[in-house]
Design a protein around this ligand. Structure first.
Ligand SMILES: Cc1cc2nc3c(=O)[nH]c(=O)nc-3n(C[C@H](O)[C@H](O)[C@H](O)COP(=O)(O)OP(=O)(O)OC[C@H]3O[C@@H](n4cnc5c(N)ncnc54)[C@H](O)[C@@H]3O)c2cc1C
Ligand SMILES: NC(=O)c1ccc[n+]([C@@H]2O[C@H](COP(=O)([O-])OP(=O)(O)OC[C@H]3O[C@@H](n4cnc5c(N)ncnc54)[C@H](O)[C@@H]3O)[C@@H](O)[C@H]2O)c1
Length: 451
């Protein structure tokens, strides 16, 4: 049996969602196929459930910081099972809600893996689905680490579903996932170690502020080991694991009840049988042109984490790519994808946020810059919330007054960075950004003092 559609979407995360809804609004016949329950990573296994856990960690930490000043006693504790149940209040409704909405919009849904069987045809659970255009938006999955015992790793998906938190947790990798989850696990009472093979964790963030965050991370009792590469994982007994790590100082063993995979993610291309569709790809993802169209098959587009690009693999990027593909498939003429400045946030406690160029990148490009930087931990706004680590670095081109980069550590910087995103996207100069009347007292009003 063969079903025909105008637009067939492989994946149901942020990238595909934009296209599905736009396609149906434009009167096209649309189908969405996901190998897992409809909803995608961000809503079910990523950004949103993670943020629920981070909020609890922030609350726990605020109480700790305020003990003896704002409140008496530091007894509040995170009940892990309760927290995961609370998280489910946000994730459980996603799949039924999306499926209902799609049914109302006339969008067909399939929950089974798709494999190409021709240039415009895929097989889904034995059924062939054909379409004028197919969009690959299959996202990413944990990277194979190629180490003995890697099947013992707990993926981010499983961490977010785990009803119990062991007393000792080791994180392999020092990127977004490890830092965010480590901060949560520590505030929930676990002994936590992060093993990062590189010299500094959180690559891509401003090194000075990363160092400050590592200091703050260590100060709450998280053991951050840089230059430590996880080489093997061993099961000792039920619930008892050992990680073997190598470093310049030799090999060392770390015991844990859970070892979490934070060692990077790779695009979901391998299982798609892309050869049958004549679709070029590499280990970095689907090769596309500026219109996000496959370079080898013009009927195929790609969007989101599965695209081979240098951009960070984040939801706002997937959203923008989805919007662009929708416009290029449905609109009168195609337009290249445009991003502007992409903000990035590591939701640690406190958070680390970044947009635009780093100081090193500015210098490498020969830009003449003013570096506005400082520690904010003594600023009134930060003292009011119990004085977490807080610092900033803002880079401004001298000649033009153009904002080139902003890097923030501290409370609510995930919100404040959006002000810089707005200014940088619409070429608002540093002087004009400083001249805005910000509501006071707010963290946003601190921007005036950063410039
Ligand atoms: C733990 C975690 C936390 C994160 N936190 C943030 C955050 O705070 N902010 C942020 O911006 N980004 C965050 N991200 C990244 C963000 O989730 C992704 O960038 C975003 O989901 C990418 O969207 P997408 O549509 O490309 O893919 P996805 O949302 O991954 O959706 C792809 C879908 O394709 C499906 N699929 C895979 N193979 C097939 C197949 N063969 N056939 C059919 N379907 C298939 C998958 O099941 C999946 O549901 C996080 C990621 C993780 C893992
Ligand atoms: N807040 C957010 O926006 C957010 C949160 C979570 C995930 N994400 C997305 O998910 C992606 C994957 O996250 P991630 O944290 O897994 O990867 P990452 O790419 O951020 O970091 C992976 C780290 O693991 C290290 N590493 C790899 N193998 C190792 C080993 N054997 N031993 C020790 N260290 C090792 C690498 O050097 C690297 O620093 C991110 O790049 C991002 O796109 C985003």
């Amino acid at each position: 049996m063969s079903e025909k559609y105008d637009v067939l979407l492989l994946g149901s995360g942020p990238a595909a969602s934009r296209i599905a809804e736009a396609g149906s609004e434009a009167g096209r016949s649309v189908a969405v196929v996901d190998a897992r329950p409809i909803g995608g990573t961000c809503a079910l296994r990523g950004c949103n459930p993670k943020k629920v856990l981070v909020r609890a960690a922030e609350l726990r930490d605020w109480i700790r910081r305020s003990d003896g000043e704002l409140i008496a006693g530091d007894q509040a504790a995170i009940n892990w099972k309760q927290l995961i149940d609370f998280k489910r209040q946000f994730t459980d409704p996603v799949t039924p809600g999306k499926k209902k909405k799609y049914a109302e919009q006339g969008i067909a849904t399939f929950e089974s893996p798709a494999r190409f069987v021709g240039p415009r045809a895929v097989d889904v659970a034995g059924e062939t689905l054909e379409a004028k255009n197919i969009v690959i938006a299959t996202g990413a999955r944990p990277a194979p680490l190629d180490i003995p015992g890697e099947q013992l790793l707990t993926t981010s998906d499983r961490f977010l579903e785990s009803d119990t938190l062991p007393t000792k947790v080791v994180f392999v990798g020092g990127g977004y996932i490890s830092f965010e989850f480590a901060h949560v696990a520590r505030r929930a009472g676990a002994d936590v170690t992060i093993l990062e093979s590189g010299d500094r964790p959180l690559e891509g963030f401003e090194p000075d502020l990363v160092d400050r965050l590592v200091e703050a991370t260590t100060a709450v009792g998280i053991d951050v080991r840089t230059g430590h590469s996880a080489e093997a994982i061993r099961q000792e007994s039920e619930g008892e694991l050992t990680v073997l790590a190598s470093s310049d100082a030799g090999n060392q063993e770390f015991s844990a009840g859970m070892v979490v995979h934070g060692g990077g993610r790779v695009p979901n291309v391998k299982s798609l049988n892309l050869e049958a569709g004549g679709i070029e790809y590499s280990n970095a993802g689907i090769r596309v042109n500026e219109f996000l169209q496959s370079v080898s098959n013009p009927d195929i587009y790609a969007a989101g984490d599965v695209v081979d690009s240098d951009l960070p693999k984040l939801t706002p990027v997937a959203n923008r790519q989805g919007q662009t593909v929708a416009r290029n498939l449905l609109g009168p003429e195609r337009q290249p994808v445009e991003y502007g400045a992409v903000p990035r946030v590591a939701y640690t406690v406190p958070s680390l946020a970044s947009i635009g160029l780093s100081e090193n990148e500015c210098r490498e490009q020969g830009l003449d810059i003013d570096v506005h930087q400082g520690d904010m931990s003594d600023w009134s706004s930060v003292r009011k919330v119990g004085k977490p680590a807080a610092a900033y670095k803002v880079l401004v081109e001298r000649k033009t007054d153009r904002l080139l980069g902003a890097h923030l550590l501290g409370p609510d910087v995930a919100e404040t960075i959006n002000l810089f995103a707005l200014a940088m996207t619409y070429d608002i100069t540093a002087t004009r950004m400083k001249s805005v009347l910000y509501a006071f007292p707010t963290f946003a009003s601190d921007v005036e003092n950063m410039l």
